[in-house]
Design a protein around this ligand. Structure first.
Ligand code: HEC
Length: 124
């Protein structure tokens, strides 16, 4: 009896993990980002992310991370996590909330294309 219960719980866990994974991979396959399209969208971001060592926000002060050169999929999935509320930062949440999956993919590609050797790129 105990082992049956265990088995049931295990299979439910596996199902959950499977569904979560399926959801993620569908999103990743459907949307292909374009760095060029992303360039037209970074005006939303450069006020904070373009400034080295910039600290922003209220009432808590955060160091704004440098995202130029970061992996495109990482950027897109971070933005999706803000939008979903899995990441809590209030400003990033409201910004990401206005982005579509396509916007996130484009912004990811755009920032991924910025290299460490272009530190003063005004759109970084
Ligand atoms: C008002 C300032 C501000 C603006 C505007 C802004 N960000 Fe952010 N962003 C931040 C701060 C501060 C953090 C760190 C938040 C945290 O600790 O979760 C952050 C975090 C991020 C992260 C996660 C980085 C990591 O290393 O995990 C990504 C990706 C990101 N921003 C992308 C963007 C994009 C794309 C835009 C434009 C659409 C944008 N941000 C606009 C301030 C800003």
């Amino acid at each position: 009896m105990i082992s049956m219960k265990k088995h049931l719980i295990l299979s439910q866990l596996t199902l959950c993990a499977g569904l979560a994974f399926a959801g993620f991979s569908v999103q990743a396959q459907d949307v292909k980002g374009s760095a060029q399209a992303g360039q037209g969208k970074v005006w939303l971001c450069i006020g904070c992310h373009a400034i080295p060592d910039y600290r922003a926000d209220y009432p808590l002060v955060y160091k704004v991370p440098m995202i130029g050169g970061q992996n495109a999929a990482y950027i897109a999935s971070s933005l999706a996590a803000y939008k979903k509320g899995e990441r809590k930062h209030p400003t990033m949440r409201s910004i990401a909330g206005s982005l579509s999956d396509q916007d996130m993919a484009d912004l990811g590609e755009y920032y991924a294309a910025q290299t460490a050797s272009s530190p003063n790129n005004p759109l970084k």
